[in-house]
Ligand binder design. Structure first.
Ligand code: GRF
Length: 205
């Protein structure tokens, strides 16, 4: 069996997606070697600590700039051996300097079918628009807001949805399946870029 992939997770909030990774790929295809947050009391940090995963807090206020914060965080994650960085509800924008440290190795989970409804309050945006199909996207992170190439997407029809909580309940299990699936594919070396269209990601497994 090949060695498992060292993964870092960034999370600002509750951390249910981190928990899904801890409960599935951690200790198997992947090893979560670090969890970092911009929020000192993020419940995600407790989830990591409960599994003995090292945690770090990198607040904007304690660094000269957002880029300095990101570089300090990148140094720590690289020191922990991370080869893939997973954003699981990380609410701060990452600077290009951070992305340069992990080229083509930062992924994010977003609760909408991108390119529709990027950014904050994606579910509310979708409800306001009146869509009948909702969904989840896992994508590579680039310097834009939810603009990187799509790795996996899964849709769900909710033609009568009126309320964000109701949509969130439907999307949660999809997020918690899709993000570990993307990490498994990455760990297996099964994700590549279509040479004819660099926006198109090919998942081979
Ligand atoms: C998820 O809905 C994810 O799609 C978005 O932020 C939320 C994080 O939830 N990027 P959790 O902290 O993993 O529970």
């Amino acid at each position: 069996m090949s060695a498992s992939l060292p993964v870092a997770v960034l999370a600002s909030g509750t951390g249910t997606n981190l928990q899904a990774l801890l409960d599935t790929v951690h200790g198997a295809e992947a090893e979560i070697v670090a969890v970092a947050s911009d929020v000192p009391d993020a419940p995600a940090l407790e989830r990591a600590q409960a599994r003995g995963v090292p945690t770090g807090v990198f607040e904007r206020a304690t660094h000269a700039s957002g880029e300095q914060r990101d570089l300090a965080m990148a140094d720590w994650l690289a020191g922990q051996g991370a080869r893939l960085v997973v954003l699981a509800g990380y609410m701060a924008l990452l600077s290009p300097a951070f992305l340069d440290r992990f080229p083509a190795a930062v992924i994010n989970v977003h609760p909408a079918l991108l390119p529709s409804f990027p950014g904050l309050r994606a579910i509310e945006q979708a409800l306001d628009y009146g869509v009948k199909v909702f969904g989840v996207t896992v994508h590579f992170v680039d310097s834009g807001v939810d603009t990187g190439p799509v790795i996996l997407q899964r849709a769900i029809e909710l033609p009568d949805a009126r309320d964000a909580d109701e949509v969130l309940v439907a999307l949660r299990p999809i997020e918690h399946a899709l993000l570990p699936e993307a990490v498994r594919l990455f760990a297996a070396g099964a994700i590549s870029i279509d040479p004819e269209n660099p926006r198109r990601i090919i998942c081979a497994a």
